[in-house]
Write a protein that binds this ligand. Structure first.
Ligand code: SF4
Length: 373
């Protein structure tokens, strides 16, 4: 086996822990963020990645649906949410949601990823009707719908508990939850970035309740704005602790901040170096979450491809239409064809494995797909 050269002496004890399969501490996390020895980080993260997922890189064939960008919150980090009176704001009717869901249908989409703004008038019943209509029209498609922030907002508007709200959404068709809205849990940063959103503790409580009800979810962290290294480590460890209790997180997705068209436009975009470091550190700290996703929409397909050797084992999906990060200046395409995803994976020496939302392999023939359970 090739001997890896570790330049940064702070990483040597961490290497021993990683090789022994031991949990890394808060201080280890800080040392990982503070090192510039990216190749050593990548080597260590790759050890864990291959231990958990072998040579496989997962992807899925999905479509994003963002029914409205009208939002009562005014998060400084956001270029997507708009006031109801903004002439550029949009809200689709139920028929439009159902119609758009069917666009690009030829690729036999296995997942709809549904998130949007916090609309002041759309009711929980409206969302339930939307989900029911999607299930009726596309019974085989998994509905990954609504962030913890949206769930909490719907509960507040409906004057019912988080648990009841989730139960209603599940009865209407929600199969799992995405991981957005976590941003950074630290209260100081959250007050500056997204004052009107639920707190970090509330986000974790919604996730806990969802997991207790049997829903799987993803989890995220928004990085590359005003957060410190301590904030990042704290965020990851809070996710790790909740995962210890519930086991409900499937995938962690580090989200690079896109400053264009936000109130924080003076902040520089993240670099490829930072993006790869974020993937590697999260793989090393989140030892109880199976998957780390390199979300190509935010990282670019080029960095996401390399990330497969720095800890990532998932490239997300074909997406088809994406609004949230493109409003914030993302220059990536709106969707990747299945063949392009396969090429990104194979060129990196990995074995592509199409999955459904719950990481069950999907076997595809010319005209149909089968989820292998
Ligand atoms: S980040 Fe979400 S909650 Fe905040 S303004 Fe944007 S859409 Fe609204």
């Amino acid at each position: 086996m090739m001997e890896i050269i570790i330049d940064d002496p702070r990483l040597r004890p961490i290497r021993e822990k990683v090789e022994a399969g031991e949990r890394l501490s808060y201080e280890d996390g800080l040392a990982l963020y503070r090192t510039s020895d990216l190749l050593a980080l990548g080597y260590l993260a790759n050890l864990v990645r291959e231990r958990k997922n072998g040579n496989v890189t997962w992807f899925n064939v999905n479509r994003h649906i963002n029914p409205t960008d009208v939002c009562v919150a005014s998060c400084k980090l956001c270029a997507f949410g708009k006031r109801a009176k903004d002439p550029k704001a949009y809200t689709w009717s139920l028929e439009e949601v159902w119609h758009r869901a069917g666009e690009g249908w030829s690729e036999a989409i296995t997942e709809f990823h549904i998130v949007g703004g916090l609309h002041p008038e759309l009711t929980l019943d409206w969302y339930c009707e939307m989900l029911g209509g999607l299930k009726q029209r596309f019974p085989n498609v998994h509905l990954k719908a609504f962030t913890m922030v949206e769930v909490a907002y719907l509960a507040q508007r409906s004057k019912i508990s988080i648990r009841e709200t989730l139960e209603k959404l599940m009865a209407a068709g929600t199969d799992s939850l995405p991981g957005g809205g976590a941003e950074i849990f630290n209260d100081r940063v959250r007050r500056i970035l997204c004052d009107h959103k639920i707190t970090g503790s509330q986000w974790l409580e919604v996730a806990r309740t969802a997991h207790e009800l049997g829903l799987k979810s993803n989890c995220t962290m928004l990085y590359g704005h005003i957060e410190t290294e301590e904030d990042r480590v704290d965020h990851l460890i809070k996710l790790r602790e909740l995962q210890r209790d519930t086991g409900g997180f499937q995938t962690f997705i580090p989200l690079a901040f896109h400053p264009a068209n936000t109130d924080l436009g003076h902040i520089s975009s993240t670099t490829g170096f930072q993006d790869l470091k974020m993937i590697a550190v999260s793989r090393l700290l989140l030892d109880n979450i199976d998957h780390i996703k390199a979300y190509w929409i935010m990282m670019t397909p080029r960095i996401a491809q390399i990330a497969q050797r720095f800890g990532a084992d998932d490239l997300d999906g074909t997406v088809v239409e994406e609004k949230i990060y493109h409003d914030a200046g993302a220059t990536t395409s709106q969707g990747l064809r299945r063949n392009e995803l396969l090429r990104l994976i194979r060129e990196a020496g990995r074995e592509p494995m199409e999955r459904d939302t719950l990481y069950r392999p999907v076997r595809r023939t010319e005209a149909a797909f089968t989820v292998l359970v």
